[in-house]
Design a protein. Structure first.
Length: 667
């Protein structure tokens, strides 16, 4: 039986600016989902490339004193060269100046023209050279282009038009019938609102050669070139050798696009109606992500706030960059970039949680079993619980990742990572070793190692090099194609007796750059340089993230804690969405709090004596977000809301001074 197929594309990038974090993010994401699909057993294809026609390119080339062809050759090569450095393995890199693409665009135009959906007419409109499109009066903001905030030029000329308006009702119905055609939902709603807002106008799809020559000639009128968007969108099928290509037949039925919200309209409105007019099936999903912000503004060359992805990769390593990018942006929402956030994420999730787990378990296996995987004995209740948790966490990961909810998927996998660290502490293999309980020790160690193998397999799409290292340390091959689903069903993938690495130090802790370090961090550094993770991880004795803090003598007399203990706290800004009295306890309130995650968190808090629930709705609060989930009087609570004061003198909520993004880190 032939495999299911999967096709994903990035936007093809304009070559009038150098690649930055925003472009790198979309490409990394496309690579991660393609690798994931392969590991889920699908025959997968990733497409990326460069968009090389249009006014902007001509203007950029003129500025640099070179021809458009020279400019596009140079910058396209730069975009292409970036990809392997980001670990991106594409199947095709398309350029809109490729002969094959040009010929496909002409066939496409001819087809739509022959159908009667392209006509010649006169048009006057407000043209923005930055966007390369006309704006209607209504679309302008105070007379300015909403994207570039510059005054457009009024142009009136004869041109060819695509009868886009003819397909408005069809498109609306199609989007209504296919709820996940455009996702996340907020962008679907945006497109539906746009379609409802008034008649969709016809689309001007040509530029007279007297004004612009750098484009693809219309096959039915050599005096005009094709509008750059009409040309560019066709790349998604020309790359598959449409119309007759085998790849088109094979991959197009499962095509998905990834874009940021800046180019929603061309992808959600122009492209499906163009496909419909040409008699081609619509793509399957349009996946829309938000912007990477730097200093709270969309990254852009003109604002001078662009982040160079290569510098990040060089400084922090490829996999740390990829993990951060996928984890930090909740798909669909904007995300702020800061190096501090990247370092904190690396230290908390990778060094403390995952790295520490590998380091502890492998050095214990080396010490207790001579570096060979032990055979498990009889599984106890704890091991059965861990196996169930592993299956759930992998199932959630697979579903969420496949639906582009990368951050939530990684969180689901980390539930397992964190549970394993706790399991090490509770099972205390070093005590079993001392007590010579070899069979039980083997069961505990096998449970850990088998879970680690599963975790590493699931991390291959996100951190290809580190996950490969983890698998190698566990004596495993590194697959490209796989069937990850089978990992939910079995718990015997690791063969007893296989040779394991004797130590592991994949994610060393990073220090905050001095300029960004907090005073506490500086004091910490001055007092005691940070230890390497391997040094902490003496076999069996390692300080885990779950190590118990020293007992406080009293509320006022708490012992000093290490800065690293403080760093374990994940404090976040949350917005209270719902608040109600706990049905079974007078002192408790039950909340739903938005922490910028896919789902609001349920939190139960003992503050009912001090607040009326209805007064708290909409308030911003500070939440301890990484407490283990706990059922409190029958209601699951995942976190704690911070307050100041005490029961006697009254409580007040801690809240940020200025309104902050839900999920913003508190440090
Ligand atoms: N050439 C068109 C796309 C044609 S597709 C048929 C174009 N090019 S672009 O170079 O401007 O790329 C836009 C895309 O780059 C965004 O949709 C997104 O994928 C990525 N990003 C550019 N800046 C970004 C951010 N600041 N944040 C996130 N992604 C961003 O539009």
């Amino acid at each position: 039986m032939s495999k299911d197929t999967f096709f994903v594309s990035t936007p093809i990038y304009y070559v009038n600016a150098r690649p930055h974090l925003g472009h790198a993010y979309t490409s990394t994401l496309a690579d991660a989902i393609t690798r994931f699909s392969r590991l889920m057993g699908k025959d997968s294809f990733m497409l990326t490339g460069t968009d090389e026609h249009g006014d902007k390119i001509v203007q950029s080339a003129e500025k640099q004193g070179i021809t458009p062809q020279q400019l596009t050759d140079n910058v396209s090569a730069e975009f292409k060269a970036l990809l392997p450095k980001l670990g991106v393995r594409y199947n095709k890199f398309i350029r809109t100046t490729d002969a094959g693409h040009k010929s496909a665009v002409q066939k496409f135009l001819q087809k739509v023209y022959d159908k009667g959906d392209i006509y010649f007419g006169e048009y006057g409109g407000h043209y923005c050279y930055g966007c390369e499109r006309f704006y209607t009066e209504k679309e302008l903001e105070n007379g300015l282009c909403p994207q570039h905030q510059v005054a457009p030029t009024f142009i009136s000329e004869k041109n060819y038009f695509f009868r886009m308006s003819k397909y408005q009702d069809w498109l609306k119905q199609y989007i209504l019938d296919n709820p996940d055609y455009i996702r996340p939902e907020r962008y679907r709603n945006e497109v539906l609102a746009l379609l409802d807002s008034g008649a969709l106008e016809d689309l001007c799809i040509s530029r007279p050669k007297t004004r612009l020559e750098w484009g693809i000639e219309l096959p039915f009128d050599r005096n005009f070139v094709c509008y750059v968007w009409f040309d560019a969108l066709v790349n998604y099928i020309s790359a598959l050798d449409w119309p007759a290509g085998e790849n088109f037949a094979r991959y197009w039925p499962n095509a998905q696009h990834i874009i940021a919200k800046d180019i929603l309209k061309p992808h959600a409105v122009f492209w499906p109606t163009m496909l419909k007019a040409a008699g081609i099936e619509p793509y399957r999903h349009l996946n829309v992500h938000g912007y990477w912000l730097a200093r709270n503004t969309k990254m852009s060359k003109s604002l001078g706030n662009v982040v160079d992805p290569l510098k990040l990769v060089e400084t922090y390593g490829l996999d740390v960059f990829r993990y951060f990018a996928l984890h930090e942006m909740h798909f669909g929402s904007d995300a702020s970039f800061s190096e501090e956030a990247l370092i904190t994420r690396q230290n908390a999730d990778l060094a403390n949680d995952l790295g520490n787990l590998f380091s502890r378990v492998l050095s214990m296996a080396s010490k207790y079993f001579g570096g060979l995987a032990p055979a498990p004995g009889q599984y106890g209740d704890e091991e059965k619980r861990i196996q169930e948790l592993a299956a759930n966490s992998m199932r959630n990961f697979q579903t969420l990742f496949g639906n582009f909810r990368f951050s939530a998927a990684l969180e689901a996998l980390w539930e397992l990572v964190r549970a394993l660290n706790k399991y090490v502490d509770a099972a205390a293999p070093w005590t079993l070793f001392k007590q010579e309980k070899t069979e039980q020790l083997g069961t505990v160690m096998y449970t850990l190692l088998e879970c680690q193998r599963k975790i590493a397999l699931h991390l291959l799409p996100v951190m290809p090099d580190s996950a490969a290292k983890m698998l190698e340390q566990l004596g495993q091959p590194v697959p490209d194609d796989y069937n990850l689903q089978c990992e939910l069903e079995s718990f015997n993938g690791l063969k007893p007796g296989i040779a394991l690495a004797s130590s592991s130090n994949i994610f060393p802790r990073l220090e905050l750059p001095v300029a960004e370090a907090k005073p506490d961090a500086k004091a910490e550094k001055a007092a005691k340089p940070m230890q390497g993770q391997a040094a902490q991880a003496q076999a069996g004795q390692a300080q885990s993230a779950q190590a118990k803090p020293a007992q406080a003598q009293s509320e006022q007399d708490k012992p000093l804690i290490e800065f690293s203990d403080f760093q374990k706290l994940d404090l976040r800004v949350g917005v209270i969405l719902e608040a109600s009295k706990h049905p079974d306890a007078d002192k408790l309130l039950a909340f739903k709090v938005d922490l910028g995650e896919a789902e609001p968190r349920g939190i139960v808090s003992g503050i009912a004596m001090h607040f009326k629930p209805e007064e708290l709705v909409g308030k911003q609060v500070i939440v301890v977000a990484n407490l283990p989930p706990r059922k409190i009087r029958g209601i699951m609570s995942k976190g704690m809301i911070l307050t100041a004061g005490d029961d006697e003198n009254g409580l007040t909520l801690l809240t940020p001074l200025a309104e902050s993004r839900p999920g913003a880190m508190v440090s």
